[in-house]
Design a binder for this molecule. Structure first.
Ligand code: C5P
Length: 201
């Protein structure tokens, strides 16, 4: 029997960290679906057609090089508005979700479009300022040459593009549990997420 945990939310809300940790805690496989869009976005930087890139994407590409740069994040959110790009990535995500032993998928449209039947749905949010500060510290730690103001502007731009697109916009599923991490430590947020999942097992 499959057991799917869908975790959605905007950038730097903590969903990546929470997803990885709950997957480890419950012994589930984990897929960060943002990596799919990032890998497609990276390919478009050298002029490749995004739909072509999405249709020919391989699992190995998700592990090649650093996909977590600000430039690739912007490229990802641009290709993510294209319905044919999203359609080309559906099967891979759904088969991952249905694998034996269960899975955690995190992204923007997992609970609404990819896995509407997921046993658990979480929507992890935090204020744009808190998210921008977290992302800034992450990027600065990697030695990136960015300012707080730039990161906040980037976060707001990406939020708007993700929430306002017509195909699979970022939004909580009607039956999602909301988890606002603005005033929570990682440990406290994780504890809450684990409690929600435990309640559905
Ligand atoms: O989560 P991450 O920041 O890595 O995602 C990069 C971009 O990919 C997002 O801004 C969003 O535009 C897109 N994305 C999406 N649907 C998903 C996951 C990511 O549209 N399920």
């Amino acid at each position: 029997m499959s057991f799917t945990v869908a975790i959605d939310g905007p950038a730097a809300a903590g969903k990546g960290t929470i997803s990885k940790a709950v997957a480890a805690h419950f012994g589930l496989a984990h897929l960060d679906t943002g990596l799919l869009y990032r890998a497609v976005g990276r390919r478009t930087l050298d002029g490749t057609d995004p739909v072509e890139a999405a249709r020919s994407l391989t699992a190995e590409e998700l592990e090649q090089g650093d996909l977590r740069t600000a430039e690739i994040a912007q490229a990802a959110s641009k290709v993510a508005v294209i319905p044919e790009v999203r359609a080309a990535l559906v099967d891979f995500q759904r088969s991952f979700a249905l694998r034996a032993g269960g899975a955690v998928l995190d992204g923007r449209d997992i609970g609404t479009v990819i896995c509407p039947e997921a046993e658990v749905k979480l929507f992890v949010t935090a204020s744009p300022e808190v998210r921008a500060e977290r992302r800034y510290l992450e990027l600065a730690d990697k030695g990136a040459d960015v300012t707080r103001a730039q990161v906040l502007a980037d976060v707001r731009e990406r939020d708007a593009r993700d929430a306002e697109r017509s195909t699979a916009p970022m939004k909580p599923a009607d039956d999602a549990v909301l988890l606002d991490t603005s005033d929570l430590s990682i440990e406290a947020a994780l504890e809450k997420a684990i409690a929600v999942i435990q309640g559905k097992l």
